[in-house]
Structures are given as structure tokens and as C-alpha cells.
Write a protein that binds this ligand. Structure first.
Ligand SMILES: [Zn+2]
Length: 501
């Protein structure tokens, strides 16, 4: 804390608040590790370098930095580590980033910490890696060091996490378009705490069910009503924050499943009672959480018959933002088989990008694309096309979009045109469809296309919803298949609805 006095003013106190982010959504069914290269390709930024990339982002870290100006504290940026969802985080990265946060706090001795976690991070040796980060912090800094945490709405959290921070607040939207505001809210809580205005305490409740990812969209019933109840709760005296996290089902860990977190001003009983109450209501709504979608052959037929364009085909089983492979070919195969035209499919295909670069623009290529990361997402497909463009794969998104990224890195990228104007976007990084910038930076006008395939569940909607003529959600196989019964869980709590019912 720095005390200073301006001429004619009373003594002012300016707090110093550390800012750090360590975020990963880990799909434990994936064999693709989140290793150091995966973080370095996206965000592994230390100190002031993180400020340059994240200050203007619609992300909680951008919100933390904005709050420094609004609330009048000195930010102490430590690290921002973020990798595309995939299999678990390797131990070396986990140890490096966690040690970096602790060393940064030790050396800068701030008054408190704003920490952006995801809540569904698994490391090789730590099934609840987010809680492990906090446990390590507490072991060094003691139980009283002020820490406020932000969480993704897909966090799978346990008491171990909630007991080790003063307050945890989650996003309120899916697609996540309120991330920056979430950061500002967290910062406001920490500042009020440091000023002695509030004494946050919190409670967690976890009903034993899976909220199907297709039922998690916050503008639709039933999630919408739960979020509205949480907002109403926050109007009650003594309630500081109410978060509803539907959770992330593609993780075989004991804490998998929804979480209700209520933060109150020193009233543990109120927090516990309201958390249990909302958890009960979620449990009562469990029968509204079933999903039935068409498989790829029927979905593509429907798409070809639709005259409300563009048609967005949602490849739910290969949801890159849920840690899937990103090179699934099930829908691409159907499109080619059924004679589609004027479509766009994006695939993770690093070696094919190199082939395209070697062959050169406007030259013909014969490639075997997709189905290479694992055996879960369809077979590789042989295609012939013409290389239209090779691009560095970096683009800027200025609007609030799921994930909150402003600077996006899909790695070196090739655009290949096949017969009938069907386009393949081949990327060197697994890249989720959160921004139309992925297409527009290559000169593609998505509104002019007949069919757009997105490898996602709900998150794509912030970008694609406004331009979609028709949306068809497709039950494709893969590491993010919509039916949880397709997965063999060993470590989750049992019984768990709907698997055991
Ligand atoms: Zn999320």
C-alpha cells in the first residue's frame, strides 16, 4: 500500500493489486496436451507484456486493468497464460506458471490479487489444477492474503477452490460476452474488501447432474431463468455475488458438474442457504436438460434444402472450444457426398498448410485432410483444390466475442478452393470459431456463403448468430459429443444424472 498526500487533500491510500491469469479448459478425453508450446502459441506473457495484449480485450484481465483506472489502484501485472482448450496441462507448464505467480507476489508484495482462472483446468498430476494453484498460494502467503478469483461459466469447481479465495465470481453469459465486466466486478469486490467496506465469505453447492452443453445458452430457457434468479439474489441486502456455473462435462474429475457460488458480506449461513436453494432448483429442472439433434446425413440434407442463408451447421462433436480435435471430417464428408456448393469448412491441418505454402498460390493441390488428431472425428478425406491464399493467421476482433480475445492466432493458414466453390480453411493451430475474423481476414465474406460449418456448441453464436439465416445443430461424434452417455467416466461423483438414471 502506498500512502500519499496531494496538496490540500487528506491522506489518500492507493492500493497495489497484482493481476494474473492462468486459464485452461481441459478435456480429459483428449490426448492433445496443453504443453508449453500450446501456451506460447496463444498467451504466455509476463509483466507489462501482458498489458499490451490484454488491456483492450473483452476479457476479465482487460476488466482488471480497466478497474485500476476506475477504482484507483496500481496494477501489478504478473502473468497471463492461456491455451486453446485441449487435453490436460503438462506438469512443467503448471509448475512454471504457478511458480511465476507466487514469485511475482513475493517480490512485489501487493495488497491483494486478482486471479483469472478458468475453473476446469486439469494438469497431469492435478485433477483440480485451479484449486492447486490457490493451495500453493495459500501455503506461501497464508490464509488472509486477499484473493478474488474470476471463473469461466464452464468451471468445474470444488470446496477446495472456494475455501482458498475470498470471493469467486463467474461470467454471466454463454456465449461469454461479459468477461470484461466480470473482471471489473471482481476488482470492485477486492477494492471494497481492501478498504474495509466488506468482509466477503462464500458457499458452494453442487447438484449431482450434468447440464448438457446445448442447454447452457444463457439467453434460452432453462439457463436464462437461473441467471435471472442469481441477478435477483444479488439485489438482496448482504449478497455480494451469485454465480451459476453449469460446468464442463468433458472432464472425468470428481468436481465435474454445475456449481452455485454465493458470496455474502460476512453471512456464511445466508451464503450456504441460498447456494443450496439454487442448487435444488437446478436439480428440479434436470428433465428439461435433454437434447436430441439430427446426425450429419439428415442435417446436411436439411441444410441443402434451406433457402434462408447462410446455413450454419454446428459440428457439436468437434467443438474446438471444448477441447476437441478441430479436424473432424464428418460434416465435410457429407457436404462433398451430397454435392454441396459454396460452403466453408475450417480444419486444423498444420502439415497440409505447409504443403499449400510449398505448392504456392493459384496452384492445384491434392491433400488428405482431417481425421488425423485421433480416431474419434471421422476419417481423413482426399481432396483436390486450388490454393487461394496463404496467411499468417493472426487477426484482430474488436467486438465482445466468446473468449474475449482481441488478438487471435490461428497460426499459418491456407485457403483452398475445391469444386463448386466449396472452401477449406486450413489452420496450423486448433482454432475455435468465435470470430468472423477467422474468415474475413482471408477475404471470405461469410454472408455470401451458402453453408458455414462451425466446430462449436454455443460459443460461435456471438459472432455467427447475427448473420445466420438458419442454424442446424448436428449430433456428430467426437470428444465433445452432446450425449454424455458416449463417454466412459471413472472419477466423477456417482450417481450422476442423466448417466445413472
Ligand atoms: Zn466457457
Amino acid at each position: 500500500m502506498v500512502s500519499f498526500r496531494l496538496p490540500g487533500e487528506k491522506l489518500a491510500v492507493k492500493h497495489r493489486i497484482a493481476i494474473a491469469g492462468f486459464m485452461h479448459e481441459s478435456n480429459t478425453f483428449s490426448l492433445v496436451p496443453a504443453d508449453r508450446a500450446a501456451f506460447a502459441a496463444q498467451s504466455l506473457l509476463f509483466g507489462d507484456f501482458l498489458v499490451d495484449e490484454w488491456r483492450d480485450a473483452h476479457h476479465e484481465v482487460g476488466g482488471f486493468l480497466e478497474a485500476a483506472d476506475v477504482e484507483g489502484f496500481d496494477p501489478v501485472p504478473i502473468v497471463m497464460a492461456w491455451a486453446t482448450p485441449s487435453g490436460p496441462v503438462t506438469d512443467d507448464v503448471f509448475e512454471e506458471v504457478t511458480a511465476c505467480i507466487i514469485d511475482g507476489l513475493r517480490s512485489s508484495r501487493p495488497d491483494g490479487l486478482l486471479l483469472a482462472l478458468h475453473g476446469a483446468m486439469v494438469a497431469d498430476s492435478h485433477p483440480h489444477a485451479d484449486a492447486e494453484v490457490l493451495a500453493r498460494l495459500r501455503a506461501v502467503l497464508g490464509p488472509d492474503f486477499p484473493v478474488v478469483v474470476t471463473l469461466d461459466l464452464h468451471g468445474n469447481i470444488s470446496p477446495r477452490l472456494v475455501e482458498r479465495c475470498h470471493a469467486a465470481v463467474a461470467y454471466r453469459t454463454y456465449p461469454h460476452v461479459d468477461q470484461r465486466e466480470c473482471g471489473r466486478r471482481a476488482a470492485r469486490l477486492l477494492v471494497r474488501m481492501l478498504r474495509g467496506e466488506i468482509r466477503p465469505c462464500q458457499a458452494l453447492a453442487k447438484p449431482p447432474l450434468i447440464v448438457n452443453i446445448m442447454c447452457q445458452e444463457t439467453s434460452r430457457h432453462p439457463m436464462r431463468s437461473f441467471l435471472e434468479r442469481a441477478r435477483a439474489l444479488e439485489q438482496r441486502p448482504g449478497v455480494l455475488a451469485a454465480s451459476v456455473l453449469p460446468g464442463f462435462a468433458y472432464a472425468d474429475v470428481p468436481q465435474m458438474g454445475p456449481s452455485i457460488v454465493i458470496v455474502t458480506d460476512g453471512d456464511a449461513e445466508l451464503a450456504r442457504r441460498e447456494a443450496n436453494h439454487l442448487a435444488d432448483e437446478l436439480w428440479q429442472a434436470r428433465d428439461q436438460l435433454a437434447v436430441h439433434l439430427p446426425e450429419a446425413p439428415a442435417a446436411v440434407r436439411q441444410a441443402l434444402q434451406s433457402d434462408r442463408l447462410p446455413v450454419v451447421l454446428v459440428d457439436c462433436g468437434d467443438n474446438v472450444g471444448g477441447g476437441s480435435a478441430g479436424d473432424g471430417t464428418v460434416i465435410l464428408g457429407e457436404l462433398l457426398c451430397q454435392g454441396a456448393s459454396n460452403s466453408v469448412v475450417c480444419l486444423f491441418a498444420p502439415s497440409e498448410v505447409r504443403e499449400c505454402a510449398q505448392v504456392g498460390v493459384d496452384r492445384e493441390v491434392r491433400l488428405v485432410v482431417g481425421g488425423k488428431v485421433d480416431r474419434q472425428h471421422g476419417d481423413p478425406i482426399a481432396i483436390t483444390g486450388r490454393v487461394r491464399l496463404v496467411h499468417d493467421g493472426t487477426y484482430i476482433e474488436r467486438e465482445p466475442r466468446h473468449g474475449g480475445r482481441r488478438v487471435n492466432h490461428m497460426g499459418p493458414t491456407a485457403l483452398v478452393e475445391m469444386e463448386n466453390g466449396n472452401l477449406l480453411v486450413l489452420t496450423s493451430q486448433r482454432h475455435p470459431p468465435f470470430s468472423l475474423g477467422q474468415l474475413t481476414c482471408l477475404g471470405i465474406q461469410p454472408q455470401q456463403k451458402r453453408i458455414l460449418v462451425v466446430k462449436a456448441a454455443i460459443a460461435y453464436k456471438a459472432a455467427y448468430g447475427p448473420i445466420a439465416g438458419t442454424i442446424i445443430e448436428v449430433d456428430t461424434p467426437g470428444l465433445t459429443a452432446v450425449d454424455p452417455n458416449r463417454f466412459s467416466y471413472r472419477l466423477i461423483r456417482r450417481p450422476m444424472f442423466p448417466i445413472d438414471h
